[in-house]
Ligand binder design. Structure first.
Ligand code: FES
Ligand code: FES
Length: 161
């Protein structure tokens, strides 16, 4: 076992992990941060997306020991300080960018990473960036609409609804 210390959502956390423990397992089972979901076992769905040192990462594809000393942000860290929904979360709610919500934490984390690097993406750029995130419910249109709205742009006509 190895002791790993990470700063999650601004708070230092520490846990004993095995070498094979995945970051998503540490977050969900070790630290109780169950907002990060597991939707596949092939690193394809993006439900487990988090930010590690500011970069978008599939937490099922990274070992916990690799994150020792890192700054990690999960969906629980995306709310405003007063507990209200953050900008991207609010846009998903306003524009019905979810149905069952299973993919939503990963979608929000991916969208936030995109908007950090590209504050005003085109619709095509949003769709390209979210290519690593699978949603079984929405058909993606309202997700794209939500991301465009979160960037302060008009929503694309094809995403109207
Ligand atoms: S659970 Fe990580 S990509 Fe699906
Ligand atoms: S809202 Fe159900 S999987 Fe995306």
């Amino acid at each position: 076992m190895t002791r790993v210390t990470i700063t999650v959502n601004g708070r230092e956390r520490s846990a004993e992990v095995e070498g094979r423990t995945l970051l998503v397992e540490l977050l969900r089972e070790g630290l109780g941060l169950t907002g990060t979901h597991v939707g596949c076992d092939t690193s394809q769905c993006g439900a487990c997306d988090v930010h590690v040192d500011g970069l978008l990462v599939k937490s099922c594809a990274m070992f916990a020991v690799e994150c020792d000393g890192a700054e990690v942000t999960t969906i629980e860290g995306m709310a405003n300080a007063d507990g209200t929904l953050g900008r991207v979360q609010q846009a998903f709610q306003n524009h019905h960018g979810l149905q069952c919500g299973f993919c939503t934490p990963g979608m929000v984390m991916a969208a936030a990473a995109l908007l950090k690097d590209n504050p005003q993406p085109s619709e095509a750029e949003v769709r390209y960036y979210l290519d690593g995130n699978i949603c079984r419910c929405t058909g993606y249109h309202n997700i794209v609409k939500a991301v465009m709205a979160a960037s302060g742009q008009d929503v694309p006509a094809c995403a109207a609804g």
